[in-house]
Design a protein around this ligand. Structure first.
Ligand SMILES: Cc1ncc(C[n+]2csc(CCOP(=O)(O)OP(=O)(O)O)c2C)c(N)n1
Ligand SMILES: [Mg+2]
Length: 373
């Protein structure tokens, strides 16, 4: 481990934030700089470019009616991809609905796009990449991730459980229950709280009176660390250290909470208008810290990347995204009745009732029954 947390004060200040690169891509903490092979650094960069292009493409597909509501991730690729590169492919990832970068860093299965086009099967297919189904009920997956980590520990599995969620999720009871249990039962889990400053239109200051979100881990008896989430290398080193603590090689595993401080450049979802609650000046200020520009500058400085490499990464991103979109759209259209199929192993009376109601409505009105007035 290259950095310690023992001196982390209960009122973390920006000076405590783990940061390797400044906004110009200059190394500000040489002792934290990870020694990564060029191929790995380029992999992180290429995946970030792919995630950014995927985002643009998905918003456009939504506008054309080819997918449903989508939650953009532009601005947040550094923490999503930097943390995932620090894991073993055997580790399991659970996430909210915005961490597309983590899925891309896990091989980008084309079924992912099928999920956004309404296919339940798209969610299930992620299991091959050790990614749990996407979770929209805020915080609902945190106790599950803790329980899964506990099972990993009890079964002697060396893999760990990594759980992504947003700042808004920290106000849910599930956050408290999941982290409290994790601390008491010493589970091999890393919780990544993507603090992007907003939970839809609720700003971070209205979410909690705590100085930081990271400090909440103290109450559960484990470390909470603030990380510059616009810095992919800081995200990488913070996750490496947290994952090592969780794995612990037969010693007592310990969970960690990482609070990655970042920003979403776009809307909350394609159904949101951020102009109604935040200033464009704030967005511009954060655009100046773009994680892709930052890593690009670092790689250019080290001679790992030049104009040609940047161009090639853009081309690769376009190819990868076109490929998954084509593959996802080549199959049959989604069947809306599928939404009832896997809610429970056996449908509850309520689910059966809802399915019957949907069947009747579609019989009477066709698929217009699915469109809200
Ligand atoms: C249990 C629950 N309550 C409310 C909602 C409505 N909702 C959807 S997204 C969201 C905000 C979540 O914000 P945050 O956790 O910060 O994640 P971000 O969207 O910023 O990535 C809310 C309240 C929900 N999906 N689930
Ligand atoms: Mg948020």
């Amino acid at each position: 481990m290259v950095w310690t947390t023992s001196s982390h004060s209960s009122t973390a200040t920006p000076a405590d934030t783990v940061r390797v690169l400044d906004r110009d891509g200059q190394v500000v903490a040489p002792d934290l700089e990870p020694e990564l092979p060029e191929e790995t650094l380029l992999g992180i960069y290429r995946d970030m470019r792919t995630a950014r292009h995927f985002d643009e493409r998905m918003v456009s597909l939504q506008r054309q009616g080819r997918i449903g509501t989508y939650s953009p991730s532009a601005g947040q690729e550094g923490s999503q991809i930097g943390t995932t590169y620090a894991l073993s492919p055997e580790d399991w990832i659970s996430y909210q609905y915005r961490e597309h970068g983590a899925v891309i860093a896990r091989g980008f299965p084309h079924e992912y796009v099928r999920y956004w086009a309404g296919h339940e099967s798209g969610n299930a297919a992620l299991a091959d990449a050790h990614v749990f189904p996407l979770n929209i009920s805020i915080g609902g997956h945190i106790p599950h991730a803790t329980g899964f980590a506990w099972a990993q520990k009890l079964s002697g599995d060396d893999a760990i459980s990594v759980c992504h969620f947003g700042d808004g999720a920290t106000s849910e009871g599930d956050f408290h229950e999941g982290l409290n249990f994790a601390g008491v039962f010493d589970v091999p889990a890393v919780f990544v709280c993507h603090n992007n400053g907003w939970a839809i239109s609720i700003p971070r200051e209205r979410q909690t009176a705590s100085d930081t979100l990271a400090v909440k881990a103290r109450a559960y008896g484990f470390d909470g660390i603030q990380v510059d989430g616009m810095d992919p290398l800081a995200s990488y080193v913070a996750m490496s250290a947290a994952a090592a603590k969780a794995r612990s090689d037969g010693e007592r595993p310990r969970p960690t909470l990482l609070e990655t401080i970042e920003y979403r450049f776009g809307a909350h979802t394609t159904a949101d208008d951020p102009g109604a609650y935040r200033d464009e000046a704030e967005v511009e200020e954060w655009r100046d810290r773009d994680p892709i520009d930052r890593l690009e500058a670092y790689l250019r400085d080290r001679g790992v990347l030049d104009d040609e490499g940047v161009e090639a990464a853009g081309e690769l991103a376009r190819e990868r995204v076109a490929e998954v979109v084509d593959a996802a759209e080549s199959g049959p259209e989604a069947d809306p009745m599928d939404m009832f199929a896997d809610a429970y192993a056996e449908p509850t009376p309520r689910v059966s009732e809802a399915r019957e109601e949907m069947r009747r409505l579609r019989e009477r009105h066709g698929d217009d029954a699915l469109v809200e007035d």
